[in-house]
Design a protein around this ligand. Structure first.
Ligand code: DQQ
Length: 586
């Protein structure tokens, strides 16, 4: 393969991002912050995606497993459907599916958090004691880091939290921007018997993962250099954790606990992931690399773009995510927040705003080139009525209806008849798949694709959201390679012009010339379409608000607008039961 082709392949594999803006999440509407919802409009509320009974939610906070219960805290406005009055709402579950709502765990009560309790993480100490570290907003609007301990360790619900008087444990020093200093990570313990954690920050246009060390979890000292930094503006919600490598001594899909970070034997078998949430673009990026405990330096592996064109967990509406190690199933689980795409007046009218994406198991791909995510296995327990389609050819221009379930989980595999007809790929498209998806949306016919699903579709197809693939051929002087675009086109999801309808998209890192097939799993509910392409290599979550395709009128179709026939080798669609979603504790 010539150098040009090598460069092209490298670029194809790694230039999956774009810097298009997602609507800002924390726009502040002081006059609306404390207006209680008069009623809750259930029309576009989700069933099995996490949400509280009403009001605004954003970032997942401090997820952990303790004494048989999964805990999820999250940023919540108890007084209204816009951001403000932020507390840590608290829910527990035995299975990540049915949730019980408890009273908020952390809320403003002291000088060091009187103006808000912002995002943070949980660390389970070697003694088994869980501790949460969060950002408090003090009376001067400075962002400080605080710690809280459970009042009663024998309560698996961890209902009450005690904030020691010695808070804040980390205050911004003169070298730190006090209004850009937040979101502490889970702490990890080093071979030098020091705890470490990261705090997101910025200096000028540079985002920072500021590193702190402590012997006793109480007195924290800033390291001379951040763990990592980048010219991408403020870094919110950093996450730093190990992942098993394929070929290591253990199953590579298993999770690794941050507590194992100092294990020298394990060091050969793990890589590290650094994820940051970019305040400027409202997208998240990650790199995979090595971490040197002695120097506290993190170095991304060659091939990972260490900027806002890097790899993302999700190419749609997914932000401020946080992972945790689940010791019960030895896996790493990822939570992420999906903001609304409708308007603030819509949210006020609905009485609620924001959901959490389905918790995803996350692991490193066998070749170590990217992370793979898949809905936690527990989701399958919600599958009810089932429809199957096998070996059905969808000819050019054809479509067929599968079913009309209100909420569904759909798994489909497409086999492509003739890949030699794939359209020519213009290398200029590499940097902006979202723009390519807009230009070549679901209605634009092609050669190999667009083919995929119309979801949340009205029976007459006047409303529909397309989740689809297109295959292109990228030629260089000496070789050619197939490029797969995965796309989410909500332009016809509603006719409400003011709803934000971005054509989220990414390239999928698959060798389709070899497999000749591509798989898609999509979780569909009122107002959310969460898709996993090629077994979880590319994920796209979109919020949509159809007016007609609601309830039993929400249909699912398979379509092919490409010249080349495709075959649905297998399609399984399940109607999803509604779990107990945040019923109050008795
Ligand atoms: N949301 C929190 C902050 C965090 C931001 C405030 C990210 O701690 O930086 O609600 O969405």
């Amino acid at each position: 393969m010539g150098m040009a082709a090598l460069l092209l392949v490298w670029a194809l594999l790694h230039c999956a991002g774009t810097v298009t803006m997602v609507r800002a999440s924390h726009a502040v509407y002081p006059e609306l912050q404390s207006l209680e919802a008069e009623k809750v409009d259930e029309t576009s509320r989700t069933g099995y995606h996490f949400q509280p009974p009403k009001h605004w939610i954003n970032d997942p906070n401090g997820p952990m497993y303790y004494k048989g219960l999964y805990h999820l805290f999250y940023q919540y406005n108890p007084k209204g459907a816009v951001w403000g009055n932020i507390v840590w709402a608290h829910s527990v579950s035995t299975d990540l599916i049915d949730w019980t709502a408890l009273a908020p765990g952390i809320y403003p009560s002291r000088q060091f958090d009187v103006k808000g309790c912002w995002s943070g993480s949980a660390t389970v100490l070697p003694s088994g004691v869980p501790v949460v570290m969060y950002t408090g907003i003090d009376p001067d609007e400075h962002q400080v880091q605080n710690v809280a301990y459970p009042k009663n360790l024998s309560d698996p619900f961890l209902r009450e939290w005690v904030k020691p008087d010695y808070n804040p444990i980390i205050a911004p020093d003169s070298g730190v921007n006090a209004s850009a200093f937040r979101d502490p990570t889970t702490a990890w313990y080093g071979p030098d018997r020091h705890w470490r954690l990261l705090v997101g920050s910025k200096v000028g246009g540079k985002g920072l993962a500021v590193l702190y060390r402590s012997r006793d979890f109480r007195r924290w000292v800033k390291a001379h250099h951040p763990l990592h930094s980048g010219l991408t503006g403020m870094w919110e919600c950093p996450d730093f954790f190990p992942v098993a490598v394929h070929g290591g001594g253990r199953h590579y899909r298993r999770g690794v606990d941050t507590a194992e970070l100092h294990d020298r034997a394990l060091a050969e078998e793990v890589k590290y992931v650094l994820k940051v949430s970019l305040d400027l673009t409202r997208y998240e990026y990650y790199t995979v690399g090595t971490y040197d405990h002695a120097t506290d330096r993190y170095t991304p592996d060659a091939g990972f773009r260490d900027n806002d064109y890097g790899l993302r967990y999700d190419y749609g509406d997914f932000y401020a995510s946080k992972s945790f190690y689940d010791p019960a199933k030895r896996r790493r689980v990822l939570w992420g927040w999906a903001n609304e795409s409708d308007t603030v007046p819509d949210d006020r009218r609905k009485g609620w705003a924001g959901i959490q994406a389905i918790p995803r198991k996350l692991w490193l791909s066998p070749r170590g080139k990217q992370l793979i995510q898949w809905p936690v296995e527990e989701v399958k327990a919600l599958r009810a009525k089932h429809v199957n389609v096998s070996d059905k050819v969808v000819k050019s221009g054809q479509y067929f209806e599968v079913t009309g379930f209100k909420s569904s989980d759909v798994e489909v595999e497409f086999a492509i008849g003739d890949l030699s007809k794939a359209e020519r790929f213009n290398p200029r498209w590499l940097t902006d798949p979202q723009a390519l998806c807009k230009k070549r949306g679901a209605r634009e016919t092609g050669e190999v694709g667009p083919f995929g699903l119309w979801v949340l579709a009205a029976g007459d197809l006047t409303e529909r959201t397309a989740v689809f693939f297109r295959v292109f051929r990228a030629n260089s002087s000496s070789s050619s390679r197939l490029v797969v675009l995965m796309c989410n086109d909500p332009t016809n999801s509603t006719f409400e012009a003011q709803v934000y309808r971005p054509t989220f998209a990414s390239f999928v890192n698959v060798d389709i010339a070899r497999t000749k097939t591509i798989a898609l799993r999509t979780l569909i509910e009122p107002s959310v379409v969460e898709s996993f392409g090629a077994g979880g290599r590319t994920c796209i979550l979109t919020r949509v608000y159809p007016k007609k395709a609601l309830g039993d009128n929400a249909h699912l179709f398979v379509f092919n607008h490409g010249e080349v026939d495709v075959k649905v080798t297998r399609l399984d669609a399940w109607e999803m039961r509604t779990p107990k979603m945040n019923v109050p504790a008795q």
